[in-house]
Design a protein around this ligand. Structure first.
Ligand SMILES: Nc1nc2c(c(=O)[nH]1)N[C@H]1C(S)=C(S)[C@@H](COP(=O)(O)O)O[C@H]1N2
Ligand SMILES: [Mo]
Length: 305
């Protein structure tokens, strides 16, 4: 596992892309990368997770950075890569406010410096029934939450994306109610799988993937993974989210990956892993049920989709 402070990482220390290309990676239950170099399997050293290993290869970098949803840069899959090419992310501030002991406006560097950056390889599932496997770098959202100390009135966390039409040409079109907003219940935000990501494949995030900081919640549909975050608010009631507001019958607040609840216009039972031809079955909670199903015990997830 990589545990490094971003300030300590020099260019030469970042995992060279070649390492990712030469080696196959398999997903461990916690999302921690298990690297098996050809001829020298490390699986023997990780017996506990060996049985749950699924041979799922990383999605090629070119697809991860070339096939995106980021409507602030256009609605086509190749628009974000084109239109975010020169996206300026420095300086960048993140407001943390609402029901917290320590509300503050952080320079991104100050927000990230104390956090433990580690690698998480996660399966990602878009509500449009395609999926990827992405090696993220980031830190547990709960470590930030513990730092800013929400009060007992904080029941949800609300996130907001940058809303600057000068830098985000897609904002000129009213496809969503801008700015893009998402939210999590506090226990979802505190779950150890939930991360704020600052990089992927060993490099800082590119604009199209949500530079300089975005949310990653691997058991939920991709739209929960809000990009280019400028505000994190601790609130008492369930916050508005952009997709739920635009089409409440299609996109719920919870948005847990569920092969049994179809989207009104298509099935969610299967998915196309980008780079593969045969579709594969979609797993409940995107394959993370053993870790997150308990969060929803007693809830009707057909109603609370
Ligand atoms: N601000 C913002 N965040 C967003 C989106 C968006 O349009 N705007 N699209 C979401 C959707 S639908 C998906 S599937 C993921 C895609 O993330 P990726 O392009 O890094 O794979 O980003 C999510 N985050
Ligand atoms: Mo998506």
């Amino acid at each position: 596992m990589l545990i490094k402070r971003p300030a300590d990482i020099r260019e030469s220390e970042i995992t060279p892309e070649g390492l990712y290309l030469d080696r196959r990676k398999f997903i461990g239950t916690s999302g921690q990368a298990v690297i098996a170099a050809a001829g020298a399997s490390l699986l023997g050293a990780c017996d506990a997770s060996a049985e749950t290993q699924q041979k799922e290869e990383l999605t090629p970098l070119e697809d991860v950075i070339g096939y995106n949803n980021f409507y602030e840069f256009g609605t086509g899959k190749d628009d974000p890569a084109k239109n975010a090419k020169n996206f300026r992310v420095r300086p960048w501030t993140v407001v943390v406010d609402g029901h917290v002991a320590k509300p503050a406006t952080y320079n991104l560097e100050d927000l990230v410096r104390p956090m433990k950056i580690e690698e998480r390889v996660y399966r990602m599932r878009c509500v449009e029934a395609w999926s990827m496997v992405i090696p993220w770098q980031g830190f547990a959202l709960r470590d930030l939450i513990n730092r800013v100390r929400p009060t007992s009135r904080a029941k949800y966390v609300s996130f907001t994306t940058l809303n600057d039409p000068q830098r985000m040409p897609g904002l000129r079109y009213p496809v969503l109610d801008w700015p893009y907003r998402e939210g999590l219940r506090m226990d979802e935000a505190m779950h150890p799988l939930t991360i704020l990501s600052t990089g992927l494949y060993g490099k800082s995030l590119l604009g199209q993937n949500g530079a300089p900081i975005r949310l990653v919640v691997p058991w939920k549909y991709g739209f929960k993974g809000i990009k280019s975050i400028v505000r994190i608010s601790f609130v008492e009631t369930q916050p508005q989210t952009s997709w739920n507001k635009s089409a409440p019958n299609e996109y719920g607040f919870y948005a847990n990956v569920n092969p049994e609840v179809d989207h009104p216009r298509w099935s969610q039972a299967r998915e196309r892993r980008i780079g593969e031809w045969l579709r594969r079955p979609t797993l409940p909670y995107n394959g993370y049920a053993d870790q997150v199903a308990g969060l929803y015990r007693g809830m009707d997830l057909r109603r609370n989709f």
